[in-house]
Design a protein around this ligand. Sequence first.
Ligand code: ZN
Length: 231
Amino acid sequence: MPGWGQKGQERLAGARVFLAGVGGLGCAAGVYLATAGVGRMDVCDADAVERSNLNRQFLYTPRDVGRPKAELARDRLAALNPSIEVSALVTEIDHATAPELIAGADIVLDCLDNLETRFALNRACIAARVPMVYAAAADWTGYLSFLKPPETPCLECFVTRTPPPVEPAIPGCTPGTLGALQAMEALKYLTGIGNVFAGKLLVMDGAEPRFDVVAVDRDPSCAACSKLKAK
Ligand SMILES: [Zn+2]
């Protein structure tokens, strides 16, 4: 593939990705990152598998109900590609834990399901100057953006209100699509191929169907990133 080659593969082998959440988004993103050969993945999720997860969280089976997602995801992603290293972190992400959890990561994938945790991750990524790939999915709709302030907005620049309650009815293909796109963003960033969704928000309405890309700007009064200056 143009631009990938041995050099791109070596870059991936030397890369470290922090996967925040292994639900519907994280299962899809994790599979494509593992099979692409990302050398190290830290998989973080405090939750256990529930039966209602199984329509979209395809790393798990009915026999896994009650077991920690992070440990199951670690084992299954490592089995897909024995040449990579996958670690499991069965812990909550919050303002206190996020900085240490993401330390050393080249890129962070926001595969979470609630805004409070996303904001904690966003703040830690800003402080560490690590890019974060945001995605969110509900029913047939989804959002995606590549966040690396000060070159782009951060999450708090354009997501300001609480979204609908978590655990909406959702067909597995919606987070699967968005999770695959998150992996695509990470692979482009890590190999240096193509362009990421920087300063752009993908808005998917799968029911319509419509895929729109809208510009998103930094908020000069953003509480999270407005003090950040370009290097
Ligand atoms: Zn901001």
